[in-house]
Ligand binder design. Structure first.
Ligand code: MGD
Ligand code: MGD
Ligand code: SF4
Ligand code: MO
Length: 749
């Protein structure tokens, strides 16, 4: 039967077709919506993928990427067997070995390294894959170490930390409470999280006013916004402070709420008073009248929900920007009331579902006291204090410098080297390791640096538990057998636990038993849910009642909602962290043009502390290096990684259906800039700075502001992250400034 016939017949499965529908979950993007899948299986193979009708959140729809799951699973790059390196570290010289042999080699190396250098010299890393985290975290602790780190060193965690400093917990908009105004600050949900986009659309149809703040002209700006503000990249804190200033100057703040629940109002008021409309317009580029309208709406429409996403934190001033935005909820009393911002209580894998589990206990109970600082702790103390994890953005440095101690081994579960700024330097750092193991579905650059590579399977080939808002959990069964010799990551961790920390009987008991341990009050429901393989609403679901958290007192040091963070005030002052969410310029101090580096010109054109000098493109100190290029110094502001529908990090670019939607890496450039530089649509251009260089095609579009460039990340042949210096990081969170780095652009010959 041809594939075409199979697909046609799959629409009407029945006994005669031999096609069975199995339920599963899409794990291409996580942990937000994670849409339910109906997989059509014929002779043990997936022949078609559909959304599962009525699934919590996704409602039966799949996005572009989810719809490509069949190709995602059957990619030709899938790793088929365990592999052992026989060539140079960094080469592709590997031979197949058995699972037993692979485990023996890993056990021997990790045991020896632990004995010789101590458990902290072993790093446990997981990339974007999130379902394995409770297990990996526990494994690190049971092994005796503390250097567990994840891709959340760059993703959502800084925003969450920012919320925790203000509210004492993470915070999220109340989708059930019918807000009258929604502020989507750095939010383009149609691309990034379509179920959230549908929520916005529903609210708009019900009459909710919407403000969108984005540095790019996005789909959300077009389809949702009653008011669209487009600030200069990285200046949002100024915009937020100016809005606060207008509100306070006019006496529009909710003084009763502030008096009852808020800490640090006087200091905050003084700080924001620097940002009058004129100053704010100059720095942000947003017209003063629009800033005023935003302040007027935010102060007077109730309930209002002011929310922001992860892109805002991808700046070297991102943590404070996130705080600056969320503080607007405090001064207007828009917190812990229906339709406003509510506290989040985690259930499992960073998802709040309205019932409790013992996940935290599972991850933490085998942790021993630290004898050495965690990776990143000396540079980003707030990160380690608030997350308990090591900060992956300091891995490159510690590997290369060996301070405060040398790292010897790395266990990487799904690592994409392109996540690490100044990627070539990170690759060099990997070469310093004595031992590395990697697990992945597909061969990646990181595998080349490993000694042992293990093939793992996708969500359609395994069982896993996911939790959803509204009290739901979903315990899937495999839709197909694991392909080739692949196994799932938790199976691997269980075997490693049996060999390296056999005294941890819980971890050694395997996935299902660990789930029963964590969901121990719900064992019957869990067993039943696993049997049916369908989403279940737990009988333990207790919807949150707005107001409860404030009534009991926020879990911040002051017991109030904090405009002035007492936690940050407690950090050694030599780190220079401000307890207030103050603005500082996130731009690089130097915009050195490597081409004319020997011209003797002074390339420095930014005063970090001068708020009237927000970037080298807008002041007049004139480093004028290359008249062919934009701005005083000819440089552009590059934002890497504003999302596109067809791809996610390194995951989509090699899936043919997804790749076909944008066959070449492209940089967005404003038409006026393109014309000035003689660049036409799909011309090949060179992007470069003193950190790296890549070559891409030009996409001439109004989406980009003048002077800005946008480029999606994760392409092996044009890795955006090559252009970001390794230490271009936020001092509060350690996050990299993915969304703001200076580059030069020119037409390639
Ligand atoms: N320049 C730039 N870089 C960025 C960003 C940006 O905006 N700009 N965004 C950052 C953000 S927010 C994030 S979240 C990170 C994403 O961080 P990455 O970790 O880089 O994400 P991926 O490339 O999606 O996944 C990493 C690897 O996991 C593998 N994988 C998939 N499923 C599994 C599984 O079940 N088990 C195992 N073991 N491996 C699996 C994939 O094949 C892939 O090789 O990237 C960050 N990098
Ligand atoms: N299709 C697709 N969806 C994804 C992903 C993907 O790779 N592809 N990745 C997933 C992951 S891991 C994450 S972390 C989330 C990220 O999703 P979000 O948290 O929403 O973050 P971004 O897409 O990086 O940025 C959102 C919007 O903020 C804008 N923005 C960026 N910087 C600034 C700024 O300084 N000021 C203002 N006002 N706006 C700014 C961008 O232009 C963009 O339109 O998306 C998830 N969803
Ligand atoms: S990739 Fe798309 S279909 Fe898959 S979970 Fe994410 S939003 Fe849903
Ligand atoms: Mo992310």
């Amino acid at each position: 039967m041809t594939e075409q016939e199979l697909l046609l017949r799959a629409k009407l499965p029945g006994a005669d077709t031999g096609i069975e529908i199995k339920h599963s979950v899409c794990d291409i993007c996580t942990p937000g919506p994670q849409c339910g899948i109906n997989a059509y299986i014929k002779d043990g193979e997936i022949v078609k993928i559909e959304g599962m009708p009525g699934f919590p959140g996704s409602g039966g729809v799949l996005c572009t990427k989810g719809a490509a799951n069949r190709q995602y699973v059957y990619r030709k790059e899938r790793i088929k067997t365990p592999l052992k390196r026989v060539g140079e570290r960094g080469s592709r010289d590997f031979v197949p070995i058995s699972w037993d042999e692979a485990y023996d080699i890993i056990e021997e190396n990790l045991s020896n390294i632990r004995k010789q250098y101590g458990p902290e010299s072993v790093v446990w890393f997981t990339g974007y894959t999130k379902w394995i985290r409770p297990w990996l975290r526990r494994l690190c602790h049971s092994f005796g170490g503390h250097n567990y780190m994840t891709e959340s060193s760059t993703c959502f965690r800084a925003g969450r930390m920012a919320n925790e400093t203000i509210f004492g917990r993470d915070a999220r908009g109340d989708v059930m409470g019918a807000p009258h105004l929604m502020v989507g600050w750095g939010s383009n949900p149609f691309i990034n999280a379509y179920p959230m986009g549908r929520g916005f659309v529903k609210s708009k149809e019900a009459g909710t006013k919407i403000i969108i703040v984005d540095v790019r002209h996005t789909q959300a700006a077009e389809k949702l916004a009653d008011l669209f503000l487009q600030p200069n990249i990285g200046t949002d804190a100024v915009l937020a402070h100016a809005i606060a200033n207008i509100i306070i100057q006019n006496g529009w703040q909710d003084q009763e709420f502030i008096d009852s629940y808020v800490h640090g109002f006087d200091d905050y008021r003084k700080m924001v008073s620097q940002y009058d409309l004129e100053t704010a317009e100059k720095i942000t580029g947003v017209p003063a009248r629009d800033i005023f309208t935003a302040a007027d709406w935010i102060a007077h429409i109730k309930p209002t929900q002011i929310g922001t996403n992860n892109g805002i934190a991808h700046h070297t001033n991102g943590f404070n920007t996130h705080r600056a935005i969320m503080c607007l909820n405090l001064i207007t009393g828009n917190y812990d009331k229906p339709g406003t911002t509510l506290p989040v209580y985690d259930t499992f894998c960073d998802m709040g579902s309205g019932f409790d589990t013992h996940e935290e206990e599972f991850m933490e109970e085998t942790r021993t006291p630290k004898t050495l600082p965690q990776i990143g702790e000396e540079r980003f103390p707030l990160w380690n204090l608030m997350t308990g994890d090591a900060q992956a953005m300091d891995l490159t440095r510690q590997l290369l410098e060996g301070t405060p101690y040398k790292l010897h081994a790395l266990c990487a579960f799904g690592m994409n080297t392109m996540m690490f700024p100044e990627t070539p330097l990170f690759r060099k750092a990997l070469k310093t390791l004595d031992f590395m193991m990697a697990t992945d579905l597909v061969w990646t650059d990181a595998c080349s640096y490993a000694d042992i590579v293990l093939p793992v399977c996708s969500s359609l080939e395994r069982s896993e538990v996911k939790c959803y808002p509204g009290g739901f959990f979903y315990y899937t069964n495999p839709a197909i057998e694991p392909l080739y010799e692949s196994r799932n990551d938790v199976e691997i961790m269980t075997e490693l636990a049996r060999r390296l920390c056999p005294e941890d009987k819980v971890l050694c008991s395997g996935y299902h038993e660990c789930i029963k341990y964590m969901f121990r009050e719900m064992t019957d429901e869990i067993e039943k849910g696993h049997e049916t393989g369908l989403p279940v609403r737990s009988s333990h679901f207790r919807p949150y009642i707005p107001g409860t958290y404030l009534k009991n007192g926020p879990s911040t040091p002051s017991g109030k909602l904090e405009l002035y963070s007492e936690l940050i005030a407690g950090i050694d002052p030599s780190y220079g962290l401000d307890p207030l969410p103050s603005f500082y310029n996130a731009d690089r101090k130097s915009c050195k043009n490597p081409v004319s580096a020997d011209s003797g010109a002074d390339n420095t054109c930014i005063d970090y502390n001068d708020i009237s000098s927000p970037g080298c493109g807008t002041n007049s100190s004139g480093c004028g290096i290359n008249s062919n290029l934009y701005n005083d110094c000819g440089s552009f502001t590059l934002m890497t990684g504003a999302r596109l529908p067809h791809t996610i990090h390194s995951r989509g670019h090699k899936v043919p259906w997804l790749r076909s939607l944008r066959p070449d890496p492209m940089v967005d450039i404003n038409p006026s800039d393109a014309t000035r530089l003689g660049i036409a649509q799909e011309d090949r251009v060179r992007l470069f700075n003193d950190t790296g260089e890549i070559s891409v095609l030009a996409n001439v579009t109004e989406v980009a502001n003048k002077g800005d460039l946008h480029l999606i990340h994760g392409y092996e042949e044009a890795n955006a992250t090559d252009l970001i210096p390794w230490d271009h990081t936020d001092p509060y969170s350690g996050f990299p400034g993915y969304k703001q780095v200076r580059v030069f652009i020119e037409k390639a010959d």
